[in-house]
Design a protein around this ligand. Structure first.
Ligand SMILES: Nc1ncnc2c1ncn2[C@@H]1O[C@H](COP(=O)(O)OP(=O)(O)OP(=O)(O)O)[C@@H](O)[C@H]1O
Ligand SMILES: [Mg+2]
Length: 303
């Protein structure tokens, strides 16, 4: 079953589309990395999903039911933009108010659980207004983790966190997903960090989904390779395939996958009597892949 399914989802502000005809498919149990440039519609989509905004058109289903269904809604944890907190109340009090508001079954126990999860036990007595940016951000994550969750919707949860804070959030999300089957939809610009946990990706641009795929498919596309150009690329391809069967012609040369050493490829062709004109090793991560996809996209005439 899919945790989230939107079909033809659109939202406009004063006649300008922020989200347009969005078909999002988030499988249950996945950690779905939602990426796109500033103003592309990530936060708007997340607000639509949790009912903070009303769509102009389209359909939203969460676990096969309408997103307005009370049973489904009570099991969604949300962190979108500024966590709603009382400045003069402590971290603990803010969490307690939220737990009571959500009507969780054992509020005290649950607040202590989430404080431990985000390593904020020591800061529980601190007033919200006296918290650092990272502490506020962790508190926001803790708020989203209250209750017996099935789905977590997080907007930039690691923004402003130090390395330790990022690790804590990363480990928490991974274990929630792995051990409890919680689905996580997470928007982030910190792609290196996101790529360590995401099982699926969706790339949004100008309110439209331009790519959606499992992380495994992306890493297949992101495989490192040696790119080589020779005086006779056809002959080079033929020879290279004997050693590297997955070599393929591309961009006026040959890509050799599963080989990290350009010198080995160069030596091989040289030994076969084929002069090499250019050879480079290319390492591709999520960041490069994302930039490549974005540069391939034409400016949308609709905006
Ligand atoms: N309440 C609003 N009123 C008017 N326009 C809005 C409103 N909320 C969002 N927008 C516009 O909708 C578009 C999408 O904004 P959104 O906040 O969803 O982008 P985003 O992908 O979350 O960007 P970022 O990476 O900067 O967080 C932007 O053009 C934004 O200016
Ligand atoms: Mg946003």
């Amino acid at each position: 079953m899919n945790a989230i399914e939107t079909r033809g989802l659109s939202k406009a502000f004063r006649g300008m589309y922020a989200v347009r005809d969005l078909d999002l498919t988030v499988p249950e149990g996945s950690i779905y990395g939602f990426i796109g440039e500033n103003g592309s519609g990530k936060s708007t989509t997340q607000k639509l999903l949790c009912g903070l905004l009303v769509p102009k058109s389209g359909r939203i289903r969460l676990f096969g039911r309408p997103h307005t269904d009370a049973g489904v809604r009570s099991r969604i944890g949300v962190l979108i933009e500024n966590p709603g907190c009382f400045p003069n109340s402590t971290v603990y009090q803010n969490l307690m108010m939220q737990a009571l508001n959500l009507d969780v079954s054992h509020p005290k126990r649950d607040v202590e659980r989430v404080l431990r999860l985000v390593s904020m036990v020591g800061a529980a007595g601190r007033k919200f207004k006296e918290c650092s940016l990272g502490m506020k951000q962790r508190l926001g994550v803790a708020q989203a983790l209250l209750g017996h969750l099935r789905l977590l919707i997080l907007d930039e949860p690691i923004n402003g966190l130090d390395a330790d804070g990022m690790r804590i959030v990363r480990d928490t999300l991974t274990s929630l997903s792995r051990d409890e089957g919680v689905t996580v939809l997470v928007a982030s610009h910190i792609l290196g960090e996101l790529s360590r946990i995401a099982t699926h990706y969706g790339i949004i641009r100008h309110g439209t989904l331009i790519r959606e795929m499992p992380a495994a498919a992306m890493s297949q596309e992101c495989r490192d390779f040696v790119f080589v150009q020779s005086t006779d690329n056809q002959a080079a391809l033929h020879l290279l395939r004997r050693v590297w069967p997955q070599a393929e012609p591309k961009d006026g040369g040959v890509r050799v996958y599963d080989e990290a050493d350009a010198a080995t490829v160069s030596r091989f062709l040289h030994d076969q009597g084929l002069p090499v004109q250019q050879i480079v090793f290319q390492k591709i991560g999520l960041e490069e892949y994302y930039l490549k996809v974005m540069s391939e996209q034409q400016e949308s005439p609709l905006r």
